[in-house]
Design a protein around this ligand. Structure first.
Ligand SMILES: [Zn+2]
Ligand SMILES: [Zn+2]
Length: 134
């Protein structure tokens, strides 16, 4: 199924032409910044399945996992859109909140639970990983 999405102001739009490889919640400290305090909900998609229109801004950093990350966001409205690791050329991570319709998304796992705050609601039905799953 084809999914579409974009940032809040419409400067950046995207299309995903394949099903996600996985869907997960991430409680890493970085995602808590991007998700305004909660876990980020992300789909991992094959890079070749993602087409982007418009040019997002980007910020490069080294994640808690040690991966060299590039995080892309709209330079106009600030919406967090994508992240990618230099060490993983095959996949892109897409922020589920930017999908036009996230209703068909079903999270499979929750990662980086060790850095979640004590009040975090972690669904016991999901596979949980204290850090980055291998
Ligand atoms: Zn925008
Ligand atoms: Zn994260």
């Amino acid at each position: 199924m084809t999914r579409t999405g974009g940032c809040k102001c419409g400067t950046v739009r995207y299309t995903i032409r394949l099903e996600p490889v996985t869907t997960r919640l991430c409680w890493c400290r970085d995602c808590q910044y991007w998700a305004a305090g909660n876990a980020a909900v992300n789909i991992v998609v094959p890079r070749a399945a993602l087409t982007v229109e418009g040019v997002p801004s980007a910020w490069d950093s080294v994640a808690d996992s040690g991966s060299h990350m590039r995080r892309s966001f709209c330079g106009t409205c600030g919406t967090q859109l994508f992240s990618e690791a230099r060490e993983n050329a095959e996949h892109m991570v897409v922020r589920v909140g930017t999908l036009d319709d996230a209703g068909g998304i079903r999270p499979e796992s929750v990662i980086w639970t060790a850095s979640a705050p004590p009040w975090a609601l972690i669904d016991p039905a999901l596979k949980a990983f204290p850090g980055q799953p291998t």
